[in-house]
Design a binder for this molecule. Sequence first.
Ligand SMILES: [Zn+2]
Length: 259
Amino acid sequence: MVWNPRLWNGPDMGYRGIEGIILRRRDIFENDQEITLLTAGEGGLKLQAKHGRSSQKIYCGRLEPPNLVRLTYYQSREQSAKIISRLRIVEPFAELFDRSSIRRFIWPLLSLYADLFPEGKGPEDCYQRFITGLKLLGGGAPPVLVATRILVRTAVETGISPDFQGCCNCGETAAGSWVLSPDRGLYCPVCRPAVKPEEFTLPADLRRAYMVLEKVRWNRINSFILTEETLVNLESLLYRFFHYHFDISMLAFQLRNSL
Ligand SMILES: [Zn+2]
């Protein structure tokens, strides 16, 4: 085939500008890289960076997760790939964290978001909150609280979180040892005999912690205290939600290590 620069640079190629958080990066072909970009309006886009690995490095260091970037891309006609033509960093989040904190708190979130939000409709609220959370983490906020709050709100906004306020059978709101049924309803201590054996017991403090994390404002999060036991239970609860609804089996939450 004859090389035709118009295929790559013509005005009819439909260049598009978009902003997003880099969730994943991997090497492809000889010298290229592919990133998964979480966007507010279109979910996770897969984009290719030509020569992303070469030593000439126009993308040097910029394709690192979880950088917030603004880029322009076009759709390749020969392949169905989206090719990045320009890229600049809006927030260099990758520089704000050392490797261990990225691995511990941010990587599980990046991995979860890449699975939860494929290309399609964008998770506007989750996207904005993720950026706010990353800024707070960069500013020294307690990572475990920020990460847990992001997870709880993500469960709420993706519609997989049950109503924690009252019993799904009788409406009771009192404290006590509640259970989460396999059908995702929350039952009070009185109604719990009706629930099947695969139930998950929610100690009173776990239910309270979940409701606080659901509602708490970012500027109040520093004053919220989680015990290790509650955190471990919370982690297990969130794992159940995401695993049950999205069949995500590789969630490596390590929140408890951070206390
Ligand atoms: Zn009840």
